[in-house]
Design a protein around this ligand. Structure first.
Ligand SMILES: *Cc1c(COP(=O)(O)O)cnc(C)c1O
Length: 468
């Protein structure tokens, strides 16, 4: 299996090369040349597999240049009860109204990003050792991605992480999660400024090509193909857990920001998983909802991106969306280039005709949830089911209830645990969210962080000194 770019300008590459790459050299995103097709016989054989066994079966279809015994070792070290809290890895629970919640947030940082990032940490370590290379990850975070990356890469040979975060702007819980890591290869850098200032410094480092090459600088953002592929696995697992037989269909409802999570659902559906609909749930930042309702994509600037109580979905330019659009326009790379030239000029594009013509083929639907909806949903699920859900998952539940058809089984993806968003839970329920075992008092642990002004040169000096 080889990988091509959505913009058509990349020689097909094997899996191991694709996963170390950020954007493709032509600015596009990597996708497999075709999606492997899963027939009924394979589904029947997969239904009884454990999570790690299923992960091996799914990922090996894409990672054909990794010897099977090695891949098996990587996934069996990744998907363990020790890391994810139960042998099920991704258990489901049913709400009284029939909605199914697929739990994806029982990993070390209590958000679904651990599902793929833990795999990526082990995979990077393996691939780098094979190639005799090192990787220094420089990233910016306002919360979830940075902590998931740090917990995935901590203690890994050949990898250092330099994670920039805005000084004093994350919640005390999020700060404690990241800054309390004492591993030598994890470097927390707090910047006196906003998230955008952190992002600008990362861009400055990336654009200093000499520095980048000298220090093997890479990223782990959500466009990384290995993250998407690892997420495909839990759509299969969620389907098996939510149904009694492979004759059934389900729909998935996915709280979305950068479109990485639901992009994996799209790929699972294209592979032949019996998925009726993929329901994209957004918050007030509703670029994706607007697209799936109207076919018009109008990405917005930071000035028009609202700060909400589901902050991991405060995104107005969905980085993984290009992968779906490539399929939507019949894998026409020239068309994608033309569309993204319009995105870059701030214009957006209109694919209403293509979307209308392919409703059946791709099965997307969408909806939107606001702060008031989020609070009402958190209260309702607490009252009726005795379950406290986080703000992002609440957006998904709200949208699933809005668009659900009679008889449709909808699986809502849980993307974080409420302990991470205590302020909004207190606003909704007038009490603190439950804290999973092992997280009590983490705010009191010693923290390891270096504070800088928003100065790219100072950060580069720090990286250089740390690597010397
Ligand atoms: C990252 C994240 C999302 C959005 O996922 P995408 O893959 O960017 O669409 C939703 N909820 C939570 C809690 C997240 O951390």
């Amino acid at each position: 299996m080889h990988y091509i770019s959505t913009r058509g300008g990349m020689q097909p590459l094997p899996f191991s090369d694709t996963i170390l790459m950020g954007l493709a050299p032509d600015g596009g995103l990597a996708l497999p040349e075709h999606y492997p097709q899963i027939g009924r016989e394979q589904l029947d054989a997969w239904r009884g597999l454990s999570y790690a066994e299923l992960a091996f079966e799914v990922i090996r279809l894409f990672a054909t240049d990794i010897p099977e015994a090695d891949l098996k070792d990587i996934v069996s070290r990744t998907y363990t009860a020790e890391v994810y809290g139960s042998a099920e890895i991704t258990p489901v629970k049913r709400l009284k109204d029939g909605l199914v919640i697929l739990e994806l947030s029982n990993g070390p940082t209590l958000a679904f990003k651990d599902m793929a990032m833990q795999f990526l940490g082990n995979l990077f370590e393996y691939v780098l050792a094979k190639k005799g290379e090192e990787l220094n990850i420089v990233g910016a975070t306002s919360g979830d991605t940075g902590s998931a990356a740090e917990y995935a890469m901590r203690g890994k040979a050949g990898i250092n992480v330099f994670m920039l975060s805005p000084d004093g702007l994350m919640s005390p819980f999020q700060r404690a999660q990241m800054y309390s890591l004492q591993d030598e290869n994890i470097h927390n850098i707090a910047i006196k400024g906003m998230f955008d200032d952190c992002q600008d410094i990362v861009k400055a480092v990336q654009n200093d090509h000499a520095f980048k090459a000298r220090h093997k600088v890479g990223t782990v953002n959500s466009i990384n193909w290995a993250r998407v592929v690892a997420q495909v696995v839990y759509y299969f697992k969620g389907y098996f857990n939510a149904t009694a037989s492979n004759d059934e269909q389900v729909s998935f409802c996915v709280p979305s920001g950068n479109f990485g999570n639901v992009c994996a659902g799209h790929i699972a559906r294209q592979m032949g998983l019996p998925v009726e609909r993929l329901i994209v749930a957004t918050n007030e930042n509703d670029v994706l909802d607007e697209f799936f309702r109207t076919g018009v994509y109008r990405p917005r600037g930071t000035a028009n991106t609202w700060v909400t109580s589901s902050p991991s979905m405060d995104i107005s330019k969905a980085s993984n969306f290009e992968r779906f659009v490539f399929d939507l326009v019949g894998r026409d790379a020239a068309k994608v280039r033309e569309l993204w030239a319009k995105v870059d000029s701030g214009e957006g594009f209109d694919l209403s005709a293509q979307l209308a013509a392919t409703r059946e083929q791709f099965g997307f639907a969408s909806g939107k949830s606001t702060h008031a909806d989020r609070l009402a949903t958190i209260r309702q699920v607490d009252r009726e089911d005795g379950v406290v859900v986080d703000t992002h998952t609440a957006d998904g539940i709200k949208v699933a209830r809005d668009v659900r058809r009679p008889g449709e089984t909808v699986v809502c993806l849980e993307t974080a645990l409420p302990a991470k968003f205590a302020d909004t839970i207190r606003e909704a329920l007038d009490r603190d969210p439950p804290r999973p075992a092992g997280f009590d008092g983490i705010e009191n642990l010693p923290q390891r962080v270096t504070v800088f002004d928003a100065d790219a040169a100072a950060v580069k000096d720090f990286i250089e000194a740390a690597l010397a």
